[in-house]
Ligand binder design. Structure first.
Ligand SMILES: *Cc1c(COP(=O)(O)O)cnc(C)c1O
Length: 470
């Protein structure tokens, strides 16, 4: 498969190049030239595969010829063996109301991001070993991405990873999942500033071209195509399990960057029978407003109980805009120009109508989130995390036909957000036993001011001390 940019002015890349590439050179995002198709007959042959085999089968058309299905099978087997519920890393649970929860939080760092990052870390390894190259990954995190990326890259020969988090502004569990990792190639840095300061530092280092080339800087953020491809797998997994009995399915996806729900859209484009996608937002409801009005308008970011969705600009939405406009890169360029210049853009009424044939959107504020956590505990006896609760609330309010079965994505383990869960239920969720001592493990991290020069120096010194650069 070859990959093209949503803005139409960047070189066409192969899969191995796209794994290492961040943003396309024209500012766009890479997408596959075509959507591979899974036929009805194909679907029945998928039923007998393990999750890892299914993942390899779905990823193969995206990765070939750079990487073969046999290589992918080994890679996926290795990636999903580390999940607590292996061999089924994504168990489905039926609630008494008939709605399903798809539990995506049994990976090493207890959020769905492990599904893609455990694959991506290994793809990096494979591609770099083949080329005899190495990379320095730098990222900024407000929570779940940092720990999932660190866990995926730890102890990998060809990678050093520097992860910035805003000092004192991530939850204790989230911080310790990063800083308690003992590995020579993992470097945590607490920045005296906000998440935006961290992101600005990352951008500053990426735009310092001599530095960027010297240390071979790479990124792991959610615009990486391989992350989307790996997330398509669990939607196909649900369809193959449920489609025989539950003929009409809708997925409910708690959304921030539009990455996870775009993967669901991808599964539909690959031929999976999916009736609707319900986009669930917290108080940061830019997407809900878009699907109501056709206008995307950037507002302020509010802190909520579901912090991994406290985002205004959903970077992956550009991929959907590209599809919605019949893959017209010129249309995407002018919408994105509008977003930059006026902090807003609108799509034509016919486009909005088309979008609404697939997507529904609903928002849920903190009070509703808390109430949903409480009521699910009361009626089902289970604890759900605040992100999952935003989805469950959206599932309850979304108006879809009665014969459509809803599948809500449970994106994080409740113990990742123990305070919010305890306030709602009076029960403090416990970490899985392998992490029971997390809060007493020693932490290791550097602290820096929000200063690009100091950060560059720290990275240079660290790599030089390891003999990687001079
Ligand atoms: C990242 C994250 C989300 C949002 O996912 P997107 O792909 O950015 O839409 C939702 N829930 C949790 C727990 C997350 O970590």
């Amino acid at each position: 498969m070859n990959y093209i940019s949503t803005r139409g002015r960047a070189p066409v890349l192969s899969f191995d190049d796209v794994v290492l590439a961040g943003l396309a050179r024209d500012g766009g995002l890479y997408v596959p030239e075509t959507w591979p198709q899974i036929s009805d007959q194909g679907l029945s042959t998928l039923r007998g595969l393990s999750y890892a085999e299914l993942a390899a089968r779905i990823l193969a058309p995206f990765a070939e010829p750079a990487i073969s299905e046999a290589e992918l099978t080994m890679l996926c087997e290795d990636a999903y063996r580390g999940f607590d519920t292996y061999p089924d890393p994504a168990p489905l649970r039926r609630l008494s109301c008939g709605t399903y929860l798809l539990e995506l939080f049994h990976g090493p760092t207890l959020a769905f991001k492990d599904f893609a990052l455990q694959i991506l870390g290994r793809l990096f390894d494979l591609v770099l070993a083949r080329r005899g190259e190495r990379v320095t990954i730098i990222g900024a995190t407000s929570g779940d991405t940092g720990s999932a990326a660190i866990e995926a890259c730890r102890d990998r020969e060809a990678i050093d990873i520097f992860m910035l988090h805003p000092k004192g502004r991530v939850s204790e569990v989230q911080r310790r999942q990063m800083t308690a990792v003992v590995a020579d190639n993992v470097h945590n840095i607490a920045i005296e500033g906000t998440f935006d300061d961290c992101q600005d530092l990352v951008k500053a280092l990426f735009s310092d071209h001599p530095f960027r080339d010297r240390v071979r800087l790479a990124a792991v953020n959610s615009i990486n195509w391989a992350r989307i491809a790996a997330q398509i797998v669990y939607y196909v997994h649900v369809v193959r399990r449920l489609a025989e009995n539950e003929r009409r399915l809708a997925f409910v996806v708690p959304t921030g960057n539009f990455g996870n729900v775009f993967a669901a859209y991808g599964a539909a484009r690959m031929g999976m029978p999916i009736e609707a996608l319900i986009v669930a937002s917290n108080r940061n409801d830019i997407l809900t407003r878009f699907f109501a009005t056709g206008t995307m308008e950037i507002g302020p970011v509010f802190a909520t109980l579901s912090p991994s969705m406290d985002i205004q600009v959903s970077s992956n939405f550009e991929r959907y805009l590209f599809e919605l406009h019949g893959r017209d890169a010129g249309a995407v360029v002018s919408l994105m120009q509008g977003l930059r210049d006026t902090h807003a853009f609108s799509v034509a009424p016919a486009r909005l109508e088309q979008a609404r044939r697939t997507f529904l959107a609903a928002r849920c504020d903190d009070a509703g989130t808390s109430e949903t956590i409480r009521s699910i505990y009361e009626t089902e006896g289970i604890l759900i995390d605040p992100h999952t609760a935003v989805g469950v609330a959206a599932a309850r309010s979304a108006k879809v036909a009665r014969d459509i079965t809803k599948v809500c994505l449970a994106t994080a383990h409740p113990a990742k957000f123990p305070d919010a869960v305890e306030v709602a239920t009076n029960v403090r969720p416990l970490l899985p036993s392998r992490l029971a001592d997390l809060l007493s493990r020693p932490e290791r991290y550097a602290t820096l001011g929000a200063d690009a020069g100091a950060l560059r120096q720290l990275i240079d010194q660290t790599l030089a001390a390891k003999g990687i650069t001079q």
